[in-house]
Design a protein around this ligand. Structure first.
Ligand code: MAN
Length: 527
């Protein structure tokens, strides 16, 4: 090959090379990004090709993309219009953070994207305020990052304190278990002593109980005899003709049998007292009439009329008081009408005293010892009960989830308040939430500790309190507490979004962790 051949050959190759590079350069020309499509999906919308719906369901000519007619079931052919139900519009928001909005918001007359790209129909003009929005968001993110930075140390302190508390509780539990063993022993011993002392006491009292029974029986006998005596005397008084029969006429003649107090004794009333008999002899009277006559006899204004039986030695006796009260509400009348009140009092004084058993010294001592043994046993029972309660409390506290590093532990046992114009609300973590009316009425439990109920990746961001006081005509009250990072423990807001469902917001340094990482990430994303 001579030089000119070589040059021709070389130029030809150079030409091909140049054409090749021009060619490849042309194939790298950027495909225009259709409206509403995110950068990452731009390649899927190639104007040189048919468009395949993103769900792969069908292919359509590219000029049908964003033609305001919905071809694809998934709405992917109309990313920049509101033609498809369920579609998504992408706001580039160049000066801030890209965002996806539902495509029905496109051209709806409301600026949704901060860059205003969702409104292009001319109905409304949106200004691009992404720069300001971004700045505010960055400032907020920076503030939060600062807060987390400050809270981080506090949280670490709380975690340390939580660990310490846990160890102390464990130690206390061990001690209590030992104390309980001792207390159980003491209780068993005292129970034995009590049994012995009570056995001795019962034995000693056996004699006295018998004595008392006998005295009671005697007293009952005496009372029965007295009652009978009264009954007999009253019979004699009523039996005015002295024929040993109590007749209807004789009952009708006594004002005291005016049961309804209408001024006359009717036949019905008389029959009531005679138990529907025409007449009764003494035996019949004692059995059938005396029980109902007895309360009325003290009202007998004819008491001064002497019974027919002459020289009756116990003439005054029928007026003896008995324990049965006259008719209710008639005491005053009774006092006015009854002329024999003094006699009654006299008789009352003469009543035999109630039997009183006087124990001998040895028995007294045994009673005292048994009583001491009972008191000592009750005390040890209370001790054991108290220890058990403490053990249960500590065991429950030890199984409580106070965060990955026990950072929430120190909140247990504390309460934090929040006031609005009507109520003071209280959050007592791991226990309950309360609503205390400022009017002074009773406080209402809004829920009892149930569980952490934040999302899986941030479980400790929300507490749930359930089973509070019943809502009138509704369910039991419940409270959700949103927990976020703050440099002090503080309830920052309380609302009742639905009746008897309460929403608290609570800040605590204990929450200055996972989210702090999140906040830093957010900040980086945005920058
Ligand atoms: C009380 C309060 C309110 C609640 C009503 C429901 O007034 O506990 O928060 O909404 O009861 O009846």
């Amino acid at each position: 090959m001579n030089l000119s051949d070589f040059l021709r050959f070389f130029n030809l190759h150079l030409l091909f090379l140049i054409l090749y590079f021009i060619g490849t350069g042309q194939s790298k020309v950027e495909v225009p990004r259709p409206r509403g499509v995110s950068l990452s999906r731009t390649g899927l919308y190639d104007p040189e090709k048919n468009f395949t719906c993103l769900d792969g369901s069908k292919s359509i000519p590219f000029n049908q993309v964003n033609d305001d007619y919905c071809d694809c079931q998934d709405g992917s052919d109309e990313p920049g219009t509101s033609a498809c139900y369920g579609g998504t519009f992408h706001c580039p928001n160049a000066e801030y953070r890209p965002e996806n909005i539902p495509s029905y918001r496109v051209n709806d007359g409301v600026c949704d994207c901060c860059d205003g790209t969702d409104e292009y129909s001319g109905v409304i003009t949106c200004v691009d305020n992404c720069l300001e929005v971004g700045r505010a968001a960055r400032e907020e993110a920076a503030r939060i990052a600062e807060l987390y930075k400050a809270g981080k140390q506090l949280r670490a302190d709380l975690a340390q304190e939580g660990q310490k508390l846990k160890n102390e509780k464990q130690q206390r539990l061990n001690e209590l278990k030992k104390t309980k063993e001792e207390a159980d022993k003491v209780k068993a011993e005292r129970e034995e002593l009590k049994k012995l002392a009570e056995a001795a006491e019962s034995k000693a009292l056996e004699y006295y109980n018998q004595l008392e029974e006998e005295q009671n029986a005697k007293r009952a006998e005496l009372e029965a005899a007295q009652d009978k005596e009264q009954a007999v005397q009253f019979f004699k008084r009523l039996d005015t003709n002295g024929d040993s029969y109590l007749t209807l006429e004789e009952v009708l003649a006594r004002k005291c049998f005016d049961k309804n107090r209408d001024g006359q004794v009717t036949e019905d009333e008389a029959k009531y007292f005679l138990n529907s008999e025409e007449q009764l002899d003494l035996e019949g009277y004692l059995e059938k009439a005396w029980p109902q006559m007895k309360p009325y006899r003290v009202l007998d204004s004819d008491m001064d009329i002497p019974p027919k039986v002459e020289n009756e030695p116990t003439e005054e006796a029928p007026t003896e008081a008995d324990d049965l009260a006259p008719l209710e509400g008639e005491e005053e009348e009774e006092e006015e009408e009854d002329e024999d009140t003094d006699d009654q009092e006299q008789v009352q004084q003469e009543e035999p005293p109630k039997p009183q058993v006087e124990y001998d010294e040895a028995t007294k001592k045994l009673i005292e010892l048994a009583s001491q043994a009972r008191t000592a046993f009750t005390e040890s029972e209370n001790d054991v009960r108290q220890i058990n309660t403490q053990i249960t409390d500590i065991e429950r506290s030890l199984t409580q989830d106070f965060g990955r590093e026990e950072e929430f532990a120190s909140l247990e046992g504390q309460c934090f308040e929040y006031e609005d114009h009507e109520y003071t609300y209280k959050l007592c973590p791991f226990d309950k939430t309360l609503q205390v009316p400022k009017s002074g009425s009773m406080e209402i439990t809004l829920g009892r500790w149930s569980e952490w109920d934040g999302p899986e990746e941030n479980k400790y961001s929300s507490m749930l309190y359930t089973n509070g006081q019943n809502c009138w005509n509704g369910p039991n009250r419940t409270t959700k507490v949103k927990v976020s990072c703050g440099i002090e423990n503080k309830v920052t807001s309380v609302a009742e979004p639905n009746r008897c469902e309460y929403a608290f917001e609570f800040e605590t340094p204990a929450a200055c962790k996972e989210s702090s990482q999140q906040a830093e990430n957010d900040l980086h994303d945005e920058l």
